[in-house]
Design a protein around this ligand. Structure first.
Ligand SMILES: [Zn+2]
Ligand SMILES: [Zn+2]
Ligand SMILES: [Zn+2]
Length: 138
């Protein structure tokens, strides 16, 4: 009797092991399938130089030239995309880290993307202000 019980429990163990392996394999194949069918992010295209990067990350075109192109190409000066929206409803407004934080620009409510700024961020005045801000953060 006890021998039979052992066999059954062994059988159950065997079955459980098999199921565990099946489950593991299934999880792996599921993961592989997900990787395979994961929608690829569309390659960004820079509105300024047509290279495959986001306009906001463009290092090719100077900020002065960018500002001009924003006007001629009718781009949004906040998100640097095609401006079929009002700047006030631009969603980048909520991602303030992308916006220009120079005091000169903020004072005159000139809201634009940081890469588009016409002001020179390395002027002593701005550097000084930035230094003070950094000190206050510590
Ligand atoms: Zn570019
Ligand atoms: Zn925008
Ligand atoms: Zn600015």
């Amino acid at each position: 009797m006890s021998k039979q019980f052992n066999t059954i429990s062994e059988e159950i163990n065997e079955e459980a092991k098999k199921q565990a392996i099946t489950w593991q394999v299934k999880a792996l194949t599921d993961k592989a399938n997900r990787e395979l069918h994961r929608p690829k992010r569309p390659t960004p295209k820079c509105h300024f130089c047509d290279a495959p990067h986001y306009s906001s990350e463009c290092q090719v075109v100077s900020s002065k030239k960018k500002a001009k192109m924003v006007e001629t190409k009718h781009l949004c000066q906040i998100c640097l995309n095609r401006a079929n929206h009002h700047p006030a409803s631009c969603r980048v407004l909520r991602q303030t880290q992308q916006l220009c934080h120079l005091r000169k620009c903020m004072k005159r409510w000139d809201i634009h993307h940081s890469s588009l700024c016409k002001e020179d961020p390395t002027t002593p005045e701005e550097q000084l202000e930035k230094g003070i801000e950094e000190e206050m953060n510590i």
